[in-house]
Design a protein around this ligand. Sequence first.
Ligand SMILES: N[C@@H](CCC(=O)N[C@@H](CS)C(=O)NCC(=O)O)C(=O)O
Length: 229
Amino acid sequence: MYQLHIANKNYSSWSLRPWVLMKTLDIPFDEALHPFQSGDNHDLFAHFSPTGRVPVLYDGATAVWDSLAIAEYLADTHAGIWPEERQARAWARCAAAEMHAGFGTLRNLCPMNCGLRVRLPALPDALRADLTRLDALWRQGLSRFGGPFLAGPAFSAADAFFAPVVFRVQTYGLPLSDAAQAWCRAMLALPALREWYQQALAEEWRDPSHEEESVGQGEIIEDLRGRTE
Ligand SMILES: N[C@@H](CCC(=O)N[C@@H](CS)C(=O)NCC(=O)O)C(=O)O
């Protein structure tokens, strides 16, 4: 059985990617959740993670310590991680890689905090630029491959890599096109994403550094944690 090491569901955007991918594709795994204890958790995570970061997937003694590497490792032996059709597969890989390496302003200014609803002041130009690119990318995938998922009829790693952005859109009320918003709603309705969200809301840990990152960006309208829907 695989073992997937992750951190708080409320905050850990990188952890969410392989988790939602494996859950949605019915790839069984044991979850090992390590709550953040400070702004820097590298020493805390060092006993299972070569980089002191999460996620890490263990397959027996083999450690795979990066979310994109985890997707590729799983793709070696499991169908459905990437789309079957070659053009769609190339697009999905590019989209996942772009998310993996890019959208730095979105990442920094809108950190994942599933339970919060935050009103942002006027959006900085750099954030608008990230949202414009994100919107164009999602609309391109949805129209080119026919939806309902980003790279065609089946959920793939492309959707998994943007799953944390779906929670960011929800938390910060980010403006996107109707097509992009519709994809976000469909993602939020996925059983795996609903499960993650419910578990995130139920978490009792509050890490001050992660809280500050979110509230530093705007005004908190609502904190839904401690409730379940
Ligand atoms: N490139 C890595 C990045 C992983 C990463 O940055 N993880 C964050 C958590 S969301 C982490 O473990 N941070 C350690 C810390 O905050 O101390 C991946 O794709 O898995």
